[in-house]
Design a binder for this molecule. Structure first.
Ligand SMILES: Nc1nc2c(c(=O)[nH]1)N[C@H]1C(S)=C(S)[C@@H](COP(=O)(O)OP(=O)(O)OC[C@H]3O[C@@H](n4cnc5c(N)ncnc54)[C@H](O)[C@@H]3O)O[C@H]1N2
Ligand code: MOO
Length: 450
């Protein structure tokens, strides 16, 4: 079994073992956050017919050639067309059709004028200005042209995309099945948050942070409970989880301690061990195995280490299973807003928050960086990638940050790429499904002093 491998190597070994899952069809109500399994081609023009954007009169522009305030032109109003109905008559010279917003433009008409700009009586309308042909007509296909690709396979369904699909008359959307991710906590000391806390015990935070990460990503978590530090019991539980899930994640029991039973449980199962330990801090003792064509990944029990390795090692696999194009975290060049006093003999990922100021993306180290410290993950949206052998770092140094996106608020890939290459200022759109700029905001000058 390989040991002490690079993170990138671990990612590639594991990515080679997973595939995009089967596709299914869901209703539009269930579609948001899911991943498209096919390119979607427009079935129809949108709007499907030339329509009026106003309540007014449809007429021929040439009839208004001589109109002015002193000598208005009067046209005979021959019909009224509400939205939802087709005009029965054509507009000819000297006539107009009263038309409502959203109604189809009658044949022969080439302009619409709104109520407020005319005077009308029972069956005539008076016009006081010359009109330009084509004004106030929304052309068929102006928004979406029949046959165009609206969204590519692998795209995440956002609220606007769901709206566009509805506007095309699609009641169902082809999506990739949600991966089922079994989460199993190990440790004699770990108890459920609903229980009373006894001395020496600790509440199971990993189960909840990892299940929540799955939900935020669009995967289905299967919480498998807590199992004591016993290789037999762990092996049984993993075997049970393998029967239900696409991938099994455990936390705890992966280090070298006397009670660290997960690697032994994997041997007990006769799973094929792929590697143990990645050269990184926090979370180095990751163990990975494959059994019955399914991956089992054992993460450190330390809560921050578990979340960070879940982001860097497991999230790419979930994304691949969900059919997403991009699997690995995006990176951004950053300037450190504050320093880090420790040396890093090992490659280290430091918790940080990104923000943008004066066209530069800054990374501010936040909170406690200890492996077990969980609270500092709350505001963490990126990890600064510190090379092995680095000394202490000072404010103003350049670095590289990996953007985390298993947290509830996700930056769209496009927004990140723009931020990387063009320093475009981002605005908040849909906080739950992408595009949010909790991560990159125009910094308040009080946030830190340069
Ligand atoms: N002699 C050595 N000891 C340790 C080494 C080492 O190289 N040599 N590595 C350390 C590192 S680094 C890590 S990381 C941990 C990994 O340990 P395990 O993955 O075996 O995790 P545990 O010991 O079971 O737990 C670590 C820590 O996290 C708490 N924990 C566990 N599960 C949960 C949970 N579900 N929710 C909340 N907290 C949990 C547990 O109580 C421990 O405090 O090993 C070091 N030791
Ligand atoms: O591998 Mo760890 O650094 O304590 O999480």
């Amino acid at each position: 079994m390989r040991t002490g491998i690079l993170l990138e190597e671990a990612q590639q070994i594991l990515l080679a073992k997973v595939h995009s899952l089967q596709t299914s069809c869901v209703t539009l109500f269930e579609a948001v956050g899911r991943i498209l399994s096919k390119d979607i081609q427009a079935a129809t023009d949108l709007p499907p017919f030339n329509r009026s954007p106003l309540d007014g009169y449809a007429l021929q522009a040439r009839d208004t050639a001589e109109a002015d305030t002193l000598s208005p032109v009067s046209l005979a109003v021959i019909e009224e067309v509400p939205a939802g109905y087709m005009p029965r008559q054509k507009v000819t010279a000297g006539t107009a059709i009263k038309i409502m917003t959203g109604a189809p433009i009658p044949e022969g008409a080439d302009v619409v004028i709104k109520y407020e700009d005319v005077e009308w009586e029972q069956n005539t309308v008076k016009l006081f200005h010359k009109l330009k042909a084509g004004s106030n007509i929304v052309l068929a296909g102006e928004d979406v042209a029949k046959g165009e690709i609206i969204a590519k396979q692998g795209s995440r369904l956002t609220p606007p995309l769901v709206g566009v699909l509805a506007a095309q008359g699609f009641a169902y959307v082809p999506v990739v099945r949600k991966p089922k991710v079994a989460i199993l906590s190990t440790g004699d000391e770990v108890i459920d948050p609903s229980e009373a806390l006894h001395p020496g015990k600790i509440y199971n935070s990993n189960m909840h942070s990892l299940c929540a990460s799955c939900i935020a990503l669009g995967a289905d978590p299967l919480p498998m409970g807590i199992v004591p530090d016993n290789k037999q019991l762990i092996a049984e539980k993993i075997s049970h989880a393998l029967g239900q899930a696409d991938i099994v994640i455990t936390t705890g029991g992966v280090s070298v301690g006397d009670y660290d039973a997960v690697p032994d449980a994997l041997k007990e199962l006769s799973a094929d061990l792929l590697f143990w330990k990645i050269e990184m801090k926090p979370g180095s003792p990751v163990v990975a195995a494959v059994h019955n064509n399914k991956l089992i990944i054992g993460l450190s029990g330390n809560p921050a280490a578990a979340l960070i390795t879940f982001d860097l090692v497991v999230v790419p696999l979930i994304k691949k299973m969900m059919g997403q194009d991009r699997h690995l975290p995006l990176t951004v060049p950053v300037v450190l807003a504050n320093g880090f006093y420790k040396s890093s003999p090992q490659r280290r990922f430091l918790r940080a928050q990104l923000y943008r100021k004066n066209r530069t993306v800054y990374a501010k180290l936040i909170g406690e960086q200890g492996n077990g410290a969980l609270k500092s993950m709350i505001d963490c949206n990126a990890l600064i990638d510190v090379n092995a052998g680095s000394g202490p770092m000072t404010a103003g140094e350049h670095g590289v940050a990996l953007i985390l996106d298993s947290s509830a608020e996700i930056l769209s890939e496009e927004a990140i790429i723009k931020a990387q290459h063009q320093n475009v200022h981002l605005t908040t759109k849909y906080p739950t499904y992408g595009y949010c700029t909790r991560f990159l905001y125009e910094a308040d000058s009080n946030v830190y002093s340069e």
